[in-house]
Structure formats: structure tokens, C-alpha cells
Design a protein around this ligand. Structure first.
Ligand code: C2E
Ligand code: CA
Ligand code: CA
Ligand code: CA
Length: 280
């Protein structure tokens, strides 16, 4: 029995050691990676469901590692949220995004607002509104050219502080999008207490709704009606098929984002797509 116990311990130790090693490796390389341009901002377009016009995009970061290839954000964003590096990375994503839109404007090319993710860590930072608006202004953009995506999991604690920061961002002119809606608990509370412009439905919400035995489809239709009534527009994420799109159209959902239309793409590819895009 004692032997078994030891085996379990060492197996457990090993898994933890592996994770710590990977984490240390990522932490050791992150600063150089940022300085040498290994982080790249990809863009994923989103479309108006009514006329299928290009209505916006989301900026999503990728780590193009010289040996490991493309590392998805799921593997480093949680680590950077713990060690604080996410703040610096998010500002980099913001500047890259502003630079793209500024370039489109300067060359009289079509452009749409682009949504940038704000980490749950920074949304409590009282200097965030000033920092972000200064960046946007330094590229001579309108504040409303940038939308901010915040996640609802950040709502549970210090909600007064959170409400303060988001209200300030909204007053400055940023469009506020609630990300991953339907994946947490305080959703309806948040809708009434925060100045939200856009709801982004979590993709699991859509997938569950299409399950015939689920009651989620009536919940989804209720959420969309409620949002309409509150003057909030609704984006469905993770739309992969035509039937999902038709389903959302019937529910009067406003926008769709997902592989059915396009995957997140590098700046050059998005630039090329914009040349022929029908924008709203
Ligand atoms: P998110 O903000 O919920 O982003 C949506 C995720 O869904 C993206 O994953 C996107 O590539 C993926 N996606 C889009 N359409 C589809 C689809 O049709 N089917 C499926 N299965 N997936 C789809 P990604 O790029 O791997 O990002 C994962 C998460 O990492 C993001 O979730 C966000 O929380 C975080 N993240 C990404 N970029 C940034 C960033 O610049 N800053 C911060 N703070 N977080 C970021
Ligand atoms: Ca997002
Ligand atoms: Ca999301
Ligand atoms: Ca997410």
C-alpha cells in the first residue's frame, strides 16, 4: 500500500513538474518574444446576419515561435494573466490594431471597427481608460473605431470598481462588448448594472441550443429579445455551419462570427480581404 502511494505521489509530482517547466520556459521567453515580433495579431471578421456584410472584426493574438510554430493563446494567456505580462501584451495588440485601422483610413480603404480583448486582470485598473484612449488618439482614430471585449467571469468580486472602470471607458466613447455571455452566473445582473453595447454569446450556448433535448433555445431566444429591448446588439460566436446561421437569423440575432465565414487570419490576409469586402 505504501508503495502505491509513493507511485501516485511521484506521478503527480511529475505532471506538476512538467507544467512548471513549460510555464518557466514560456515566462523566460515572453519578453524577448515581444521585442522580436513573435507575437502577431490575427483578425477574424464578423458579419451582419441580415445582409451578410462585413461589420467588424476581433483581434486575436498568436505566438509565432521560431521552434514550436504557432502557439495558441489558450496556452499562454492564462500564464500571462497570472504573472501580469498580459497587460503589456494587450497594449501591444491594441497598438497593432490601431495601426491597421489607421493605415486603412490613411489610404482611403474600407475599414470596420475592431474589437480588442481586455484581460480580466486589467479591467479593474483605474488608469486603463486614460491609457487606452491615449493610444487610440495617438493613431488619430475615433475612440469608437475600437470596441473592447470584457469577460463576465470578472464580475464576481469588486463589482463597484469594475463598474467604475467600464463606465469611464464608455464615457470616453469605447463600445463595450460583453464576451462569453452565458458561460457564467451573474449575466443578467451585469446587463442591468454595466453600460453594455454588445453581447457576445458564448459558443457553447449556441451549440447547446441546437441540441433538440435542450431548453436552451428558448433561453437563447429570450436573451436576444431582452437584449433588443435594452438596446444591446447580439453577436453569436463560433458559427460553423449554414444551419446555425439560419437558426440565428430566425431568432433575430444581429451578428455572427465563426469558421463558417472565416477563421482568424494574419494581418496581410485580412488586408487583402478588406479590399473586396462589402462593409456595413
Ligand atoms: P475568445 O475571446 O472567446 O475568442 C474566441 C475564440 O474562438 C478564438 O480562439 C477564436 O479563434 C475561436 N473561434 C472563432 N470562430 C470559431 C468557430 O467557428 N469555431 C470554434 N471552435 N472556435 C472559433 P483563440 O484565438 O484560440 O483565443 C482563445 C482565447 O484566448 C480568447 O477567447 C481570449 O479569451 C484569449 N485571447 C486571445 N487573444 C487575446 C488577446 O489579445 N488578449 C487577451 N487578453 N486574451 C486573448
Ligand atoms: Ca473575445
Ligand atoms: Ca468569446
Ligand atoms: Ca473565452
Amino acid at each position: 500500500i505504501k508503495g502505491n502511494y509513493n507511485v501516485n505521489i511521484s506521478y503527480y509530482d511529475d505532471a506538476i513538474r512538467q507544467r512548471l517547466l513549460l510555464e518557466q520556459e514560456i515566462e523566460g521567453e515572453m519578453k524577448t518574444a515581444l521585442e522580436t515580433g513573435q507575437f502577431q495579431v490575427f483578425f477574424q471578421p464578423k458579419f451582419s446576419i441580415k445582409d451578410e456584410k462585413h461589420a467588424g472584426a476581433e483581434a486575436l493574438v498568436r505566438w509565432i515561435h521560431p521552434e514550436k510554430g504557432i502557439i495558441p493563446p489558450g496556452q499562454f494567456v492564462p500564464i500571462f494573466e497570472r504573472n501580469g505580462f498580459i497587460s503589456e501584451l494587450d497594449l501591444y495588440v491594441m497598438r497593432q490594431t490601431c495601426d491597421f485601422i489607421a493605415n486603412q483610413k490613411r489610404n482611403h480603404l474600407p475599414y470596420v471597427p475592431i474589437s480588442v480583448n481586455v484581460s480580466r486582470r486589467d479591467i479593474y485598473n483605474e488608469s486603463l481608460p486614460q491609457v487606452l484612449s491615449k493610444i487610440v488618439e495617438s493613431y488619430q482614430l475615433d475612440i469608437s473605431d475600437i470596441h473592447l471585449e470584457i469577460t463576465e467571469t470578472s464580475y464576481t468580486e469588486n463589482s463597484q470598481q469594475l463598474i467604475g472602470v467600464i463606465t469611464k471607458l464608455k464615457q470616453l466613447g469605447f463600445v463595450i462588448e460583453m464576451d462569453d455571455f452565458g458561460s457564467g452566473y451573474s449575466s443578467l445582473n451585469m446587463l442591468s448594472e454595466l453600460p453594455i453595447d454588445v453581447l457576445k454569446l458564448d459558443m457553447r450556448f449556441l451549440q447547446n441550443s441546437l441540441n433538440a433535448y435542450s431548453q436552451n433555445s428558448s433561453i437563447l431566444s429570450f436573451i436576444i429579445s431582452l437584449a433588443k429591448w435594452m438596446n444591446i446588439s447580439v453577436v453569436a460566436e463560433g458559427v460553423e455551419t449554414k444551419s446555425q446561421l439560419e437558426y440565428l437569423r430566425n431568432l433575430n440575432c444581429d451578428y455572427a462570427q465563426g469558421y463558417y465565414f472565416a477563421k482568424p487570419m494574419p494581418r496581410d490576409e485580412y488586408y487583402a480581404m478588406m479590399e473586396h469586402a462589402q462593409v456595413t
